[in-house]
Design a protein around this ligand. Structure first.
Ligand SMILES: [Fe+2]
Ligand SMILES: [Fe+2]
Length: 291
């Protein structure tokens, strides 16, 4: 069986760092998307990430008329609190068995030490709490097809990354066998969706590098026509050269639409806007994308 294709795709931005202009929606640090796909004639709802806090997600869902009980599966892009913080609260609303796709290292001990110690991820104690509420962990380094046209990207192998994305743009450490080592955020997986318009690639913070993530989605599907790239690109601390390389590589891959915000950073957003013009859109809470 091949990857297949979705017939319809809608993405509801439930949480984002920006509320939008003259908007009723609440902003918060982080990302949460409700991805609605029609695939093989069946509509399914995927919750991609859960931002920092559940309350603004539920408030925004209320405004958009989305009932959390209708969520069919959850994908966590990576462990960071601004993508996993709302998970327990969401599970308290769902309260039934539901698969949660993530990387096996999602419960690693990852932290910042500047300006002081701060835990970066999802505390291991949450694993059991979420299981008790019905969460079924599907922890995989490999891509998994969740339905026709929809698949997780799995781990972005370091040796397959484009050169300029081998260096991580975030300063974190992690524990590995009791030793402190650099955290390269290998636990970030993305989501790929094959639509009539082409491939849609969704990242959380895109810590492995958004270009390498798009390349992985192409490798998995064999679909070379990339319609849209969506998510945070974590270029907030990147230098101009890295940002330029990213924009050029996405252009060379033929990416037509860019939807970004969160940790991409104002400078990178401005550079994307300059390059992509009307094909660049800034994400914000309450925004709805349809493909
Ligand atoms: Fe983030
Ligand atoms: Fe992150």
């Amino acid at each position: 069986m091949g990857i297949g294709k979705v017939e319809e795709l809608g993405i509801y931005i439930l949480a984002e760092d920006y509320a939008g202009y003259n908007s009723q929606f609440w902003a918060q640090h982080g990302i949460s998307f409700l991805i609605e796909v029609k695939s093989d004639g069946i509509v399914r709802r995927i919750l991609f990430d859960t931002a920092s806090y559940v309350e603004p997600i539920l408030f925004n869902m209320g405004l958009m008329g989305i009932n959390p009980k209708t969520i069919d599966l959850i994908v966590l892009s990576h462990s960071h609190f601004d993508h996993t913080g709302g998970l327990l609260g969401i599970m308290k609303k769902i309260r039934r068995e539901i698969p949660i796709f993530a990387h096996p290292n999602i419960f690693k001990v990852s932290f910042a030490t500047e300006p002081e110690f701060m835990y970066a991820g999802i505390p291991p104690i949450r694993k059991r709490e979420i299981e008790k509420l019905g969460g079924i962990w599907i922890l995989s380094r490999d891509p998994i097809r969740t339905m026709s046209g929809v698949f997780t990207l799995g781990e972005i192998e370091k040796e397959k990354k484009v050169d300029f994305e081998r260096e991580v743009t975030i300063d974190l450490q992690k524990l590995e066998n009791g030793r402190v080592v650099q955290d390269e955020v290998e636990d970030e997986i993305g989501l790929g969706i094959v639509t009539e318009k082409g491939l849609v690639v969704i990242g959380g913070c895109s810590h492995p590098g958004i270009v390498s993530m798009v390349q992985k989605a192409i490798e998995i599907t064999g679909v070379t026509d990339v319609y849209a790239v969506i998510g945070g690109f974590h270029l907030i601390n990147a230098n101009d050269e890295r940002i330029q390389n990213t924009i050029k590589a996405l252009r060379d891959l033929g990416v037509r639409k860019i939807y970004t915000g969160h940790c991409t950073g104002l400078k990178a957003e401005a550079m994307f806007l300059k390059e992509f013009g009307n094909n660049f859109e800034k994400l914000h809470s309450g925004k709805i994308l349809r493909f």
